[in-house]
Every structure is written in structure tokens, then in C-alpha cells.
Design a binder for this molecule. Structure first.
Ligand SMILES: C[S@@+](CC[C@H](N)C(=O)[O-])C[C@H]1O[C@@H](n2cnc3c(N)ncnc32)[C@H](O)[C@@H]1O
Ligand SMILES: Nc1nc2[nH]cc(C(=O)O)c2c(=O)[nH]1
Ligand code: SF4
Ligand SMILES: [Mg+2]
Length: 213
């Protein structure tokens, strides 16, 4: 079994509810979107073919409990659920970060799916597969990455319409360097929006363009 990989690395989890924990990353190669602000455009195209066994061996050597499968878009590769399952069988807590355009129900039950709902300024929000919202588990997370007031109001509408009563974690983040965090935080507080604000902390620990962190 072969997967196409952009990079494997160990770092601390920089985002999500698992922020701050040691984490191994499997960044799969290839993406169907071209978000305007993408910070990993090097993973949008083909990477290196690796066997499942060699990926598992590298991850085991990293020695972390937490493993995140990201990309690129991880759900474009039909072997991704098998990789996730193999990691779960080895005792890992597995996160999958997806752009929300592919069917998330292919993933094993024990995976925490982190679904990005692309806001208008990404240029890609029309590609969202909206029926995924109903497939999210209470342990899953959705995230909105905001770059301006229009994105914020759009995200607020989706949140109020869909996540008011639904037990799924909602994260609000900012496009790095494009909008002051304090503006977004002020809007969230003013609107009493019950969401979790987050920054990509790895970009404050290392220079923001650094790969493999
Ligand atoms: C590189 S993507 C890979 C996973 C998947 N393709 C996706 O978009 O969710 C991981 C996360 O980084 C976020 N991201 C990409 N570029 C960013 C930037 N410049 N500032 C903040 N977040 C960014 C994406 O919105 C996404 O939530
Ligand atoms: N440290 C660190 N945490 C992350 N969490 C999600 C990431 C991603 O690119 O999907 C990421 C990343 O690239 N680095
Ligand atoms: S979906 Fe993710 S990897 Fe693809 S272009 Fe957008 S941010 Fe980058
Ligand atoms: Mg990243």
C-alpha cells in the first residue's frame, strides 16, 4: 500500500483542541483547492511515494501519542482511512485535518476530524460538501479561518444556523498576518459567539515560513 507524501515531521500541535501537545505529522501530497492564503502550497502537488509500513515506522520512531494526517488534502487519497486505522490500532490518537470538500464518513469512528469550512476570501467556499456537517461526531471540530469582516459575518451565519445546538467544537482562526486577532476577538465577544478562538502557535515559535514544524 502506497501513499503520496509531502513531508513527515514531529512538532507540537499548533492548532485545534490538541494545541501544545507533541504530535507527529503526516502531510499527504496533492490538493483539489487553491486557497488564496495557503501556507503549504508546496503540498498542493505530487510528493514522494511511500509504503504504509515505512510511514508507520517513521511515526513510531517519533514516539508521540498524537498523530495528525494533513496535507494537501488527505481525503483525496483512498488509502488515508487505512493509514488512520493502522495508527489507531497501534494506540495513537489520530487527527485528520480536511478542507471539507470530500466525504468525511470514510474515516474510522475513532478519528477526530477537523473540518475547515472555507470562508469566502479563500476563493474556495463554493466547493464545500455541506452534507459533511451532519456526519460530524461530538468529538470532531470545525474551523473557520477568517481574513476580514465579511468572512466573519459569513462564518457567524453558518455557526448560528448549524452549530447552535449541535455538540461539535467550533474553532475560529485568522489568516496569518492578514487581520489583527484583537479585532476578531472583539467581534466574537460582542456577538457572544460560543466558539474557541485560536492562533497557529507554531508560527509564533518558529519563523512563520518554516517548513516541517
Ligand atoms: C494546509 S491545510 C491542510 C489541510 C486541508 N487541506 C485544509 O485546508 O484544511 C491546514 C490548515 O491550515 C490553514 N491555513 C492555511 N494557510 C493558512 C494561513 N496563511 N493562515 C492561517 N491558516 C492557514 C488551512 O485553512 C487549514 O485549516
Ligand atoms: N505545528 C503544526 N501544527 C499544525 N496543526 C495543523 C497543521 C497543518 O498544517 O495542518 C499544523 C502544522 O503545519 N504545524
Ligand atoms: S485546502 Fe488546505 S492545502 Fe489545499 S490549498 Fe487550501 S489550505 Fe492549502
Ligand atoms: Mg500548517
Amino acid at each position: 500500500m502506497i501513499l503520496n507524501v509531502s513531508e513527515l515531521f514531529r512538532s507540537i500541535q499548533g492548532e485545534s483542541s490538541f494545541v501544545g501537545y507533541p504530535c507527529a505529522f503526516v502531510r499527504l501530497a496533492g490538493c483539489n483547492l487553491r486557497c488564496r492564503y495557503c501556507d503549504t502550497s508546496y503540498a498542493q502537488t505530487a510528493g514522494e511515494n511511500m509504503s504504509l509500513e515505512s510511514i508507520l515506522e517513521r511515526i513510531q520512531n517519533y514516539g508521540t501519542n498524537l498523530v495528525e494526517i494533513t496535507g494537501g488534502e488527505p481525503l483525496l487519497q483512498q488509502e488515508t482511512p487505512i493509514l488512520a486505522n493502522a495508527l489507531i490500532e497501534r494506540g495513537h490518537q489520530v487527527l485528520v485535518e480536511t478542507n471539507g470538500t470530500q466525504d468525511i464518513s470514510v474515516l474510522p469512528e475513532k478519528v477526530v476530524t477537523i473540518m475547515d469550512i472555507k470562508c469566502p476570501s479563500s476563493g474556495e467556499s463554493h466547493n464545500t460538501r455541506w452534507e459533511n456537517i451532519w456526519k460530524l461526531k461530538p468529538t470532531d471540530e470545525v474551523k473557520f479561518v477568517i481574513s476580514d469582516r465579511h468572512d466573519y459575518e459569513w462564518a457567524r451565519g453558518i455557526i448560528r444556523e448549524n452549530f447552535g445546538n449541535k455538540k461539535v467544537k467550533v474553532l475560529i482562526s485568522t489568516v496569518f498576518g492578514e487581520i489583527p486577532s484583537r479585532n476578531v476577538v472583539a467581534w466574537l465577544l460582542e456577538d457572544k459567539l460560543p466558539v474557541r478562538f485560536q492562533l497557529q502557535i507554531h508560527k509564533y515559535i518558529w519563523p512563520h515560513e518554516t517548513r516541517g514544524v
